[in-house]
Write a protein that binds this ligand. Sequence first.
Ligand SMILES: Nc1nc2c(ncn2[C@@H]2O[C@H](COP(=O)(O)OP(=O)(O)OP(=O)(O)O)[C@@H](O)[C@H]2O)c(=O)[nH]1
Ligand SMILES: [Mg+2]
Length: 308
Amino acid sequence: MSPVWERLRKGLDRTRQALWSPLEASLAESRTVDAQVIEQVEEMLLAADVGMEITEELLVPLRDRRALAFNELRHELRTKVEALLSPAEHTLRQPPPDSGPAVYMFVGVNGSGKTTTVAKVGRKLAFEGRKVLLAAADTFRAAAVEQLTDLARRSDLKLIAHRAGADPGAVVHDAVEHAHTQGYDVVLVDTAGRLQTKRPLMEELGKVRRVVERLQGRPPDERILVVDASVGQNAVSQAHLFHEAVGVTALAMTKLDGTAKGGAILPIWHALHIPILWVGVGGGMDELEHFKAAAYAHALIGGEHGGS
Ligand SMILES: Nc1nc2c(ncn2[C@@H]2O[C@H](COP(=O)(O)OP(=O)(O)OP(=O)(O)O)[C@@H](O)[C@H]2O)c(=O)[nH]1
Ligand SMILES: [Mg+2]
């Protein structure tokens, strides 16, 4: 059993339990699936925020099956979820050789997990042997700069920061130049997430993108939208908003551990077709996993590998 799957499974405990525990009573009586069980599965998938369209897509082929055992139902669902999501798997886009550092920009609404994810990703990449520089381009609050500074120090990562209130574009300018002269492989850019002042934020993000473009001759190699999984399908409107500003190229879904709505990844992928890089399964610095459709399907649907 893969440790990634284990950790993801633990992260999705709440979603999976909410999904299956109400069914246990009916299933104790009968091991084959009838229309009533399918109806219950439908309700549970909807409650996990899988959405009407995908729920139907998952269940329609199962409705007419005769004498379907519960384990087979799970197996079918798991296979289907995996098939739907495998095109969403993605690995970080690398710049061509000798074209300067890879720059990855993280955007998203307030509290979605940007700063934490930047630090987690920084650790992962450093662990893989890459020379990583963080850019504290959320200069909106002093606390934001302090938070990233603290996370960087604890993970032994280098950081470029200016004082609070400084121009985020200037921070990123310094960071990318520093990365060039000092031979860093990767620059991870943390940005502000306040939406109350929506227009200035979006302009600010557009400017950060342009600063990178000017220095590198190309925009940030990934513009990663960080989404709190517990917002469920609201993620779709968030994505449209940020897409306009920076052209989102990938997603990181955080806090899958803190929600019973972990099924939302399915309708989000279906609506946006933005690939998914990582899923966050806890606040700890190592609690970020590469998104793998098979691991996610197992974690969501359970069964095999040790039951629900
Ligand atoms: N349980 C859990 N908590 C997470 C995860 N990712 C982030 N958090 C927590 O979510 C909270 C907000 O995370 P931040 O990284 O500060 O979010 P942010 O998007 O930078 O927030 P702003 O800078 O205010 O916009 C923190 O308490 C994190 O520890 C996750 O995958 N699981
Ligand atoms: Mg932050």
